[in-house]
Design a protein around this ligand. Structure first.
Ligand code: ATP
Ligand code: MG
Length: 117
């Protein structure tokens, strides 16, 4: 096993909040989750994917807007407000990074986070 060590300098509480929001979504919307990370040159890539219903690509931009939920019937029983993704993307962007949505081979959502180190 190859262990790659690296340091990322950032606001610990904000990064934690961002990852919590994304993992919280994955837990709420799916059964199985896969998380991996990779360091390429001067950036860290973090992938979070799941086997839930995913998000239609036509909604990728909208879900980053505050209070936006794709399908209101999906999570009516939960106390969700639609802020998790907008906060997560603000945090990543405030660290000079980027966040992208896509389709996972597991069937659900795949989130790719890029952070400069
Ligand atoms: N992993 C996911 N799989 C499927 N749909 C998702 C996933 N993550 C987010 N979504 C969709 O994107 C919407 C916005 O997500 P966001 O985290 O911003 O809000 P929320 O989870 O509804 O509420 P909050 O995070 O404020 O509790 C969700 O309501 C859901 O429709
Ligand atoms: Mg959420």
């Amino acid at each position: 096993m190859k262990i790659v060590k690296f340091f990322f300098i950032g606001r610990k509480n904000l990064i934690r909040r961002c990852l919590n929001n994304l993992l919280d979504n994955a837990v709420n919307f799916s059964k199985n989750i896969k998380v991996k990370h990779q360091k390429i040159k001067r950036s860290v890539l973090i992938f979070i994917e799941d086997d839930g219903p995913g998000i239609p690509s036509s909604e990728y931009e909208n879900v980053f807007k505050p209070f936006y939920k794709v399908d209101k019937s999906r999570n009516q029983t939960k106390s969700s407000v639609g802020l998790g993704l907008s906060i997560a993307s603000d945090i990543i962007r405030s660290h000079g990074g980027d966040i992208e949505l896509g389709k996972s081979e597991m069937g659900g959502l795949k989130i790719k986070i890029f952070l400069p180190v």
